[in-house]
Ligand binder design. Structure first.
Ligand code: GLN
Length: 185
């Protein structure tokens, strides 16, 4: 669990309910432990991105992802993994071949709840908080979910992203999906 800022505790609780062990990554030494997957939580992409750089975590984590480490980015995590952010000149880990739009739902619709299907799985709850959406994907990216014609969940190899916060609802679909990418429980 990347635990620099944002909603990481909620993800940890979901994992523990699923019987999956996790630990927090806060500094470079934490990367020396062995782990099967990484979750990058929602929060503020700019703050997490800045801390990743300052703590010397950005490049090592980037390398691990490029080497195939299963990685799940939620909301701000999606932005950190995006190669391009349409309305922000910054990019961070930039390992996933998608173009995201930041704070894409404007102020009025900054936060909302809906239900939609994810891949072949029927309707799951989705909570959006000042969320991004994905505007463009390369051919190697699988689109997993759309809401109102906008891509809000996708996968490329071992990387999974959702614009919504699955850790804020009592539904384990997305976490189970990610645990499968990590090689099961
Ligand atoms: N708006 C935030 C950002 O730009 C993301 C919001 C979230 O993670 N809930 O990083």
């Amino acid at each position: 669990m990347l635990a620099l800022q944002g909603a990481f505790i909620e993800h940890e609780e979901m994992l523990s309910k699923l019987g999956v062990e996790s630990f927090e990554i806060r500094q470079k030494n934490d990367l020396l432990r062995s782990f099967d997957g990484l979750i990058i939580p929602g929060g503020e992409s700019t703050v997490q991105g800045k801390l990743l750089k300052e703590l010397g975590l950005l490049e090592p984590i980037r390398q691990l992802i490029l080497e195939g480490l299963p990685t799940f980015g939620t909301c701000a995590g999606l932005l950190l993994l995006s190669k391009r952010i349409e309305n922000d000149a910054r990019s961070y880990l930039a390992t996933m071949d998608i173009t995201a739009v930041r704070n894409a739902y404007g102020r009025q619709l900054g936060s909302f709840y809906t239900e939609a299907s994810l891949g072949t799985i029927d309707k799951i709850p989705m909570t959006f908080i000042r969320a991004p959406y994905i505007k463009e994907v390369s051919d190697s990216v699988e689109i997993l979910a759309t809401v109102d014609g906008k891509i809000i969940a996708a996968r490329q190899g071992n990387q999974l992203v959702t614009a919504f916060h699955p850790e804020l609802n009592d539904d384990f679909t997305v976490h189970r999906y990610f645990i499968d990418i990590c090689g099961g429980e």
